[in-house]
Design a protein around this ligand. Structure first.
Ligand code: MN
Length: 475
């Protein structure tokens, strides 16, 4: 598996292959000095998350024997956009197109009989002893499983759904779950109305592309594991759980099997969430654990709430979906970006080839309709780099007038996790920071030095130490 990364390095003319296993991904990161292996014995409470945060965006972290637990913990696996492109085997500029292509051309999984993830089986489960589960942020209500892909089946059709939910460890075999009103919630609602539990599996420790696929904004009854297969370029091997009918990725590290209990709600939270605030405590859904399986040498993956890994995992699939959504009506939309300062959810930057006065405002309205989380939209011209927030700010500073280029839509649906809303109800704002089409050319001409980009600094800088600058000027 290590060949994947070395092949990509030694044969740059060949298209690199996507990375299909977690262990190959760790090899890829390690070969590029992006994996920090921490000394054994890190405390699971706060210290582990603190170290992961300090490396956030620069290095993934591997913690052997945390609190002397035999199972290591991993974090920060997908905390850089460039890394995600490498996992797919594409250039960063092709990231969104590749993801959208996989969503449009899913590959069904293939079922296997035996799987590494079932090498060790616990039918008597005590999560507090059998897994090294960290406590992340200051006011979190204890240990949380944060990187678990929850897989459930539609009770009527059997089609699976994959999504990540924060899971509070409420007891040895009990988890508190936050289910937002999307697909898993709909399946559970169908089961609960019939007085039945909903069988689920929580998969911890998967390859980066399966992790990303789990966050696709796909329709209901669209199995996200089929997007993972398309990103891999091969059907994902899955295995049936030992205590229910759910199919899980065979190559995963750990699977927690269980069922969402009907007519049971228990206190869950607070928990540090992506907007850098705490999600408030409330009575929420409960999972009773029925079995735990894992690899012999399993590693536990944790996502620190509010870190870059958390932000980008949600952000990139949303960007891909929004770009496709906007292009259906506005083919001159070139690119979109959910900025980090807007927690990769709330601030959308849109780059267009402007052809028509006023269309930036139509594009803003299309974006607000694309996902309720989007709060502020800035539309810029093709010469503004939307991945650089300073560039976008410059466009607002020099191409935007608030009395003419601003739209505000009051009292609309937004994110419930945005504390400035009233339980999710708040305002939308759009800013048109594009140049007028009829402006005289020199007025909005960006200054530039001819040839600046092409200068090879290694060739023009003198060989002598800069301490000898007096010699250089003959003084
Ligand atoms: Mn879904």
């Amino acid at each position: 598996m290590a060949n994947t990364s070395s092949a990509a390095k030694t044969a740059p003319t060949n298209r690199p292959q996507p990375i299909t296993t977690l262990r190959a991904w760790l090899d890829h990161l390690a070969a590029r000095d992006r994996l920090a292996v921490i000394k054994p014995g890190t405390a699971l409470k706060f210290e582990l998350a603190g170290i992961a945060n300090r490396f956030d965006g620069r290095k993934a972290t591997l913690f052997p024997r945390p609190d002397n637990h035999p199972m290591p913990v991993l974090s920060g696996l997908t905390s850089d956009r460039q890394w995600m492109a490498e996992a797919m085997g594409v250039e960063p500029s092709e990231l969104l197109a590749r993801f959208q292509d996989a969503a449009l051309n899913p590959l069904p999984w293939k079922e296997v009989e035996s799987a590494p993830v079932q090498q060790v089986v616990h039918r008597d489960v005590d999560l507090t002893k059998q897994l090294p589960i960290p406590v992340h942020n200051e006011h979190d209500n204890g240990a949380y499983i944060t990187a678990g892909l929850m897989i459930a089946r539609n009770p009527k059709t059997g089609v699976q759904n994959v999504s990540i939910h924060r899971l509070q460890v409420s007891g040895p075999n009990r988890l508190g779950a936050l289910l937002l009103p999307r697909h898993t919630y709909t399946f559970f609602d169908m089961a609960e109305r019939a007085g039945q539990p909903l069988d689920v599996a929580i998969v911890v420790g998967v390859d980066p592309l399966t992790l990303l696929a789990s966050q696709a904004i796909a329709p209901i009854d669209f199995d996200e594991l089929t997007i993972a297969g398309a990103l891999h370029g091969a059907p994902l091997p899955v295995v049936k759980c030992i205590s229910n009918e759910v199919r899980v990725p065979a190559e995963a590290e750990i699977v927690i099997e269980g069922r969402l209990l009907p007519n049971v709600r228990e206190m869950e939270g607070p928990f540090g969430e992506f907007p850098q605030y705490y999600g408030e405590p409330a009575k929420r859904h409960v999972i009773e654990v029925t079995a735990l399986t894992h690899r012999k040498d399993a590693m536990f993956h944790t996502i620190v709430g509010g870190g870059l890994e958390h932000l980008l995992l949600g952000g990139i699939p949303r960007e891909a979906t929004l770009l496709a959504h906007l292009r259906r009506s506005f083919p001159n939309v070139r690119d979109v970006h959910l900025a980090r300062g807007g927690v990769c959810r709330y601030h959308l930057y849109v780059q267009i080839d402007k052809r028509q006065e006023g269309e930036a405002k139509n594009i803003m309205m299309g974006a607000f309709a694309g996902h309720y989380d989007i709060k502020h939209v800035v539309v810029v011209d093709e010469d503004v780099d939307i991945h650089d927030p300073t560039e976008v700010e410059w466009a607002v500073a020099t191409r935007f007038q608030a009395d003419r280029d601003l739209i505000v839509i009051p009292e609309s649906q937004g994110s419930k996790l945005d504390p400035s809303t009233r339980n999710g109800v708040g305002a939308k704002m759009g800013m048109d920071a594009t140049k007028p089409l009829d402006a005289e050319e020199m007025k909005f001409k960006r200054i530039r030095v001819p040839g600046e980009e092409e200068i090879d600094l290694d060739r023009v800088v003198g060989k002598e130490s800069s301490a000898k600058w007096r010699d250089a000027v003959g003084g």
